[in-house]
Design a protein around this ligand. Structure first.
Ligand SMILES: C[S@@+](CC[C@H](N)C(=O)[O-])C[C@H]1O[C@@H](n2cnc3c(N)ncnc32)[C@H](O)[C@@H]1O
Length: 304
């Protein structure tokens, strides 16, 4: 697929950080509270926004492996982490940084995840995480990832996957048709096979629960107001482009919709979901394999 614009990723970082579900982040921190050191793999890391959001909540010593197929974004991640950290020095694999008393070894890994969702297993991570990635991947790819996670008994923290709920103010007569067409665009192949789109978190939850994981899901919507005008405009522009690629709406309707969205004072809510999945404890694994999948019910945590 075509690359992600670093300006777009930088523009959305503030809204992403605000949107992340606090309760789920606290649950992640609690799970690793006793851990002095840990290895974290971030899939589709982009400019490293996920690291900047999570690292302050994790162990004193962290080894991060940032995986992406775009070398320019990985280079950008290095720069952005260096700008964010309290102190930094380059290393052969990436960089070493300290931030708020945490020591971070950051390794950059250039890899095509579409080819092998299980490549992380060789790194023996304590946590696999990804932000805004799983709505791009296919159901089959999620299946392969979940197999590999379960085999290695690694927790997954997946955040900011689009859930299909979008709302603008002021409304426009074509909003519902625009969202429906966008949803169909979301399901197109983004390099991993037909994309999960807004079904991503549900698919992850179902498959992880079937492997005995304890799964929590929580809403993490963007709530974009007057201070986010640039992001509202960029998002609306991207939304309109995606809809026009589907050919499902007349061009003049899309243009009319976009003109309203580019005007001053537009606000919007864009639905996302976060998920935290914890593998069964070593002793519980054998018995969970004999339980029907439904016994490991995914719980839902809203708001926060
Ligand atoms: C929506 S961006 C999210 C980036 C970052 N996680 C964030 O939250 O800002 C999706 C990321 O997945 C990466 N990506 C997409 N397809 C990939 C693939 N086949 N292999 C590795 N990375 C991929 C992109 O380069 C991009 O950095």
């Amino acid at each position: 697929m075509s690359g992600f614009d670093p300006n777009w990723l930088a523009l959305r970082e503030g809204a992403d950080q605000r949107a992340r579900n606090r309760g789920l982040l606290a649950a992640l921190a609690k799970h690793f509270a006793e851990r002095e050191a840990m290895v974290v793999v971030d899939l589709g890391a982009g400019l490293g926004s996920n690291l900047r959001a999570i690292a302050p909540a994790l162990s004193a010593r962290q080894h991060w492996v940032l995986v992406d197929h775009d070398p320019a974004l990985l280079a950008g991640a290095c720069e952005a982490i260096a700008a964010w950290a309290d102190a930094v020095r380059p290393s052969t694999a990436g960089l070493e940084a300290t931030k708020s008393g945490k020591s971070l070894r950051v390794e950059l890994k250039h890899a095509d995840l579409a080819k092998d969702p299980a490549a992380f297993a060789a790194l023996a991570p304590d946590l696999v995480t990804a932000a805004a990635l799983f709505d791009l991947v296919s159901e089959a790819w999620i299946g392969r990832l979940v197999q590999a996670l379960a085999r290695a008994r690694v927790p997954l923290y997946a955040v900011l996957d689009y859930d299909g709920a979008v709302q603008w103010n002021p409304p426009h007569r074509t909003d519902a048709a625009m969202v429906a067409a966008f949803e169909r665009h979301q399901a197109l192949d983004k390099g991993f096979g037909p994309a999960a789109g807004s079904r991503a978190t549900g698919l992850l939850a179902k498959q992880l629960a079937a492997k005995g994981y304890g799964v929590e899901r929580a809403a993490s919507p963007w709530r974009l107001g007057a201070d986010d005008a640039a992001l509202v405009r960029a998002h609306s522009q991207g939304f309109a482009e995606a809809v026009s690629e589907t050919g499902e709406l007349p061009r003049h309707d899309i243009a009319d919709w976009l003109a309203l969205r580019l005007a001053d004072g537009v606000t919007c809510i864009v639905g996302h979901e976060d998920l935290l999945a914890i593998p069964p404890a070593a002793g519980a694994a054998a018995s969970s394999r004999q339980r029907p999948a439904a016994a490991s019910a995914a719980t839902r945590r809203r708001g926060g």
